[in-house]
Every structure is written in C-alpha cells, then in structure tokens.
Design a protein around this ligand. Sequence first.
Ligand code: BGC
Ligand code: NOJ
Length: 807
Amino acid sequence: MKYGHFDDKEYEYVITNYNTPLPWINYFGQDGFFSLMSNTCGGYMFYKDAKLRRITRFRYNNVPRDYGGRYYYINDNGTIWNPGFLPMKTKLDSYKCRHGLGYSIFESEKNDLKCELLCFVPLKDLCEINQLTLKNNSKETKKVTLHGVIEWCLWNAVDDQTNFQRNWNIGEVEVDDKTIYHKTEYRERRDHYAFYHTNIKHDGFDSDLDTFIGLYNSWCDPNAVKNTTSYNTVASGWAPIAAHMFNLELKPGEEKTVIFQTGYVENPEDEKFEKLHVINKKRAYELQAKYDTKEKVLKAFEELKTKWVNLLSTLHVESDNDKFDRMVNIWNQYQCMVTFNMSRSASYYESGTGRGMGFRDSCQDLLGFLHLIPEKSRERIKDIASIQFEDGSTYHQYQPLTKRGNADIGGGFNDDPLWLIAAVSQYIKETGDYSILNDPTPFNNKEGSEKPLIDHLRASLNYIITHKGPHGLPLIGRADWNDCLNLNCFSKTPGESFQTASNFESGKAESVFIAGMFVLYGKEFATILKNIGLDAESSDILKEVKSVEDATIKYGWDGEWFVRAYDAFSNKVGSHECEDGQIFVEPQGFCTMARIGEDLGFGKKALDSVEKILTNDYGVEILHPCYKEYHIELGEVSSYPMGYKENGSVFCHNNPWIVIANTVIGNNERAFDVYKRNCPAYLEEVSEIHKTEPFVYSQTIAGRDAKNYGEAKNSWLTGTASWTMYAASQAILGIKPDYDGLMIDPHLPKEIKHASVTRVFRGVKYNITINNNATGKYEMLVENNKVDGKVIPFEKSSKLINVIVNI
Ligand code: BGC
Ligand code: NOJ
C-alpha cells in the first residue's frame, strides 16, 4: 500500500494520507540551524549540536509517538484543525505534505478553508520560516482564530529531560507585540537566545505552557485554542513556550498570510544586554527584517531550490529505469547530504543526545557524496583526523560543537583508523588534489602536535600492523564495523555498555573484516604513495598487505565463505563449525572487494553463499542462523531478539558492499538484484510492511526470523545512504573518479539497456552515454575518438566532453 507518490519533476515525495505507518520526516538546514519536520508538522530545531544547543523541545517515547513540533491551530467557527493533522486529529477534507529538498509544504483544506504552510531553513540564515496562508474558498465571510505555537527546549537536551529541580525555575522570556524571545540562562553564561516571531502584530500571546494548554489538558485541547483567546502570559520558570494568536477575517475568495520565524542569535559578550535583564535584540531585528514579506520568503525559497537543482546536476542519470534514476538523481544524494550533516545524531530514532559525529560513520558518509561538496569534505576530513591519537588509534566520536573526542566512549574500535584512508583516497580521486596530504593536522586536537595529514594515514596503517593476533590477523579491539561484535567484553551486568566495557582483554580476538579493509585500503594507500613518488614506502606497504592477505587466505577462509572473526579463545566466529552465526555478510563483501583469494575463486564462492544463505525478499541478512541465546563471548550481537538489528536483520549498510563485490566478480545481474531488494523506491508499494519513508534508506529491515519480518527501522541516518550512492554511481553505472581521470566501467544489468549520465568532474562536464549491448566487449569513445582502457585521461576544459561507452 502507498501513502503518497513521488513527484520527480518537483524533486518531492507527496504524502496524501497522513496515517503513515510511522512518522515520515524531512530535514532542513545546511550550516548551523537544523530542523526535523514530520508529515504531521512534528519535530524540532537545533543549532549545530542536537544535544548541547536544542532550540525546541521534542519528547521521544511520547504518546502518540510524534508529539512536539510547530503547531498551527485553526479555529473556524468551532471546528479546530491543524494543517498537519496533529495535534487535533480533526479529519481533513484534503491533505498533502510535500517533502522536498530542504523544505516541506503542507496543503490542507477543511470546510472550504484552505491552508498552505511552507516550511524551510533559508540558505544563509539561522532560522526556520513557516509561511502560512489561509484562503477562504467558501461563499461566506469567515472569522478564524489562528494560533501558532512552539515549545522551547532549555538548550541542553539531556538536562532538559532530566534536571527538573533546576529547570522548572530557570525559564525566562521577553515578549513584544510580534516576538517571543527565549532567554533561559542568557543572564549568566550563554551568549545566545532564540525567538519566535511573526511579520504582523499578534492579537495576543502566551509563553507559559501550563496556562496555554491547561494543566489537565493536552496539545489536542489547549484552553487558549478552545476558548479562541490568549492569556498573555510571560513565563517565569516551568515550561516556556511561544504562542501567537491572530483573529483573521477572510471574505469569500480572500487569502491572508502570516510569516512565522524561529530564529537563533548569538551576541558577543560585551553586547549581550541593552540594559539590565533586557537582551540586545539588534541582530534579531536584522534577521526578522529579512523575511518579513512574502516576496522575501519566496526569493529565499527559490534560492534554496536552485541550490539543490544545481548541486544535483553534478551527477544526473537518465536511463530506462525510473526508480533507479529517481534514487540516484534525487533521494539517495539528498540522504547523503543529511547523513553528512547529522552523522548519527538526530533523527526520530536517534535522540540527538547520545552520539555525536562518529569517526567511522563520518568517514564513510563522505564516500558517496564527496562529489557534491569537496571543500566541506576536506574540512570534515581534518576534523575527523584531529581526534586520532599519535599511535594511529582514534576516538570513536566527537561533539560537533566542540570538535573534541568524546571521552565517554573513548576509542579501541580497530576498524576506525582505516576508514580515514578510505575518505582521503576518495577525496584525492575526486579532486585530483594531493595537497590535502600536507594539511597540518593535530593528534587528539593538541596544539603543537600538528603533522601533515599523510602521517595520520601512516599511523592508521601502522596501528593495524602493530596490533595483530595469533593468526596474523588484525585484532578487533572493542568491535570493528559491527559495533555489536564485542569479543573482549564479557558483560554480565545489565545495562553495561557493550561498546565500552572490556571485562576480559584477551589480546587475542581477531577480525577477518578488518583484514579485508586493510588489504583494500592498504593497496589504496600504496597507490597514493607511488603516485607521489614514494616508491620504496609503497612497496613496503604492499608487503604488509601481502602478509595480511596470506593470513586471510590461510585462516580466514571457511571453505564456502570467509570466516568473520576469531574470539578471545581463538575459536572461529562465522564458520560452518559454529551452531549459530555460521556466516556473516561483512567479510564476504569486503574481502571480495579487496580481491582476497581471487585466483582461488573465493569471492565467487562467498557471494554464492551469500545468495543461498543470507538473501531474503528485502536484501541480504547480516548473519545466519541468528543467535538464539546470549553469548557472553560475542557480546551485543547475541543480545538482540532473532532477526533484529545486528542479530540477523537486513542491515542495509552492508548490502551495497555485496552489490559492489558482485560487480567486482562481474555478476551484474545479481548486483542489481541486491540493489533493488531494499531500495526504498522499490518498496513504496509495500509501505504498510516496510513502514519507514519510501524515499530514504533505513538502517535495518527485520529478517526472516523476526516476528515483524520486512519492517524497517532507523530511517535516514545510516551509512547505507553513502555506500548505496557509491554502489549505484561507481559500481553499477561505473562512473568512478580515479587518480588520473574519470573511469567509466559500467556493470549494468540486462534490464538497463541505456543510460545517459552527466557528471561534473574536477570542473569539467562530461556527457556519458552508456549502451548496454550485452556483448561483453568494452569500447570507449571520447569526442568520437577511441580511447584505450577505461579511464578518460583528465584535461581541464570548459567544453562539454561527449563520451560513448559500449559494453
Ligand atoms: C547498535 C549499533 C550501534 C551501537 C552504537 C548498538 O546498540 O545495535 O547499531 O552502532 O549501538 O553505540
Ligand atoms: C551503526 C553505527 O553507527 C555504525 O558505526 C556501525 O558500523 C553499525 N551500526 C553496525 O554496528
């Protein structure tokens, strides 16, 4: 069943049934002010850091699930409704929620009164605009009361939900006839405040939650709204909110617009106050004046749309497969941008308080999407590398506001260092700019410890080289990519974090997955070294690669697939010898991509096993059979009920590895088959089973052993976005940035006979036509001239370069 449809022309998904199986959300913002917006107008806003600088309140675990947002109540002659259905839940005569790129538009109608609500964060300013237009489509004059309301968060989202003995005393606001300013803690150490402003004077306001709603009411029957009034409360302690009320008279055919703006302002220390207890609002006034007319809002909205159209034109495909095109051109790239901005911090499944920016996550987020924002990627690489230690190990996360390593989690995830090589090599391939290797980058953010970035890459590899186990395979540490394979954890204490506890440091547990990574990214680093003339160092690295490759062939192969790991007692994990967890997907993907045991047919066999044992209707499950019991020696992986999360769901993140690996061994049909199985556009028709948004990837889809087989969870913030983008563009379409130019190496399935791709690469625009004649023969013509090999040698040019590839 569908709950809406794609509108590819507008780059939108249009939800027409508000009873979606889960909240379907969207994101706004690019550089500091970020918002989450659900299809019922729910969600929240924050500045840079969803934990430390939360602007509006959202209660996770709420009933109903999606409560807290920017709510517009329309009281039309006693019928009270909201354009996003919640909180009133009044049945609407018509409803549309258009989730677009960085904006959402609600179009709703009730009793011949139409409401259009345009919501977005403008490109250049720290605010969210909600432009609300009411139109009277009836033949009678309507007198309507409109309330717009948001609820402030007291900045630190964790304290806000826990420290009530303090919180209920500190809330402070200032109010004038158009604006409610939220200034909790501004009198002391904060230099920032927020405001909720309207472009016309309100007819009343409230800033105290309990009065606005009534202590024994809820958001679906607030006193102020029911009584078409406001109480003009100035909050003092308790829960400060911002509510504006308007009495609007609309003649037949008439429309009226109110522009609501939630803004964030910082003042320098010596400019904080106008006078005692009164905030200096100069910057707020400037920001308010920028969006006080429909024309100004429209202009900012057009700028946002144009930015996205231009950005996405960097890579655009037109093939004979609409769903593939839609994902590659619009939604997959868009999701990559959101994961780049949010890492794994703020979604409807990530509270924004637990995790900051992940080292491995943020490195991987760059892979699929570096082509869109190479400069920002370079900055990001530097931020990430700066939380690495001199021995090559790394903090696992950092907070975006402070950019400091997160000491609560610490380090010890032994895959982390290698992801840095993945990110940096991708950067060089995309930009051709090796100078990044010289960027002075500190270790653990210590002043004076700066070394050229290349030394960080050396440290990364060296860490693995110096941390090997009894089989010559890399030690796993607390976990590798699979955060739940905790082979040194041995936890018996309920609630103890599997990621940070190490109750039995064996110094023995090894990861075949990290071995695959080491071989893949070790070779990559060796190539970089060779390209910059460091031949001797390059061949030294290749020797190290060879030794890990040999160890993997000897100890990492189980006969029909790659072993996953060796535990603290050197027993195999992910082998036919095990009772459960006989095969894991991760090493099958990575070791095949790294071509380990290629001559021996390992990759082919491993991928056949993946198809036979792990593949279900929705993709490839992470392991099989699921663990039935808790295994103290394996950790969190065995803690999940069967078929969920790391215990046997389709963990979407590693599905693209299988897609790519299949293209490496030339199995194009199977690559595309895996691609389609969990591609959101292909699952739109079964939204009632899949449940999450049909336009973005989710982290997991419950596996065959789960009670709710096929149900997805944790949409939006997942490495699946980036890796699938990589798989679709670089493996299936085969448009691969390489050191010396753009490589075109398509692996199209039979069902895509033709694809025409525009790709801007290092400032040059290529028009690439791929004809899939299924001949098995490769031919490339650049500007009608036959070129040997698969790489278009790079030359700067302002002309459009036409390329034809026949396969
Ligand atoms: C989850 C993992 C996640 C980890 C992060 C675990 O509970 O299952 O997917 O990466 O927490 O801390
Ligand atoms: C989600 C985490 O963000 C990611 O880093 C990890 O690789 C996967 N879970 C698998 O455990």
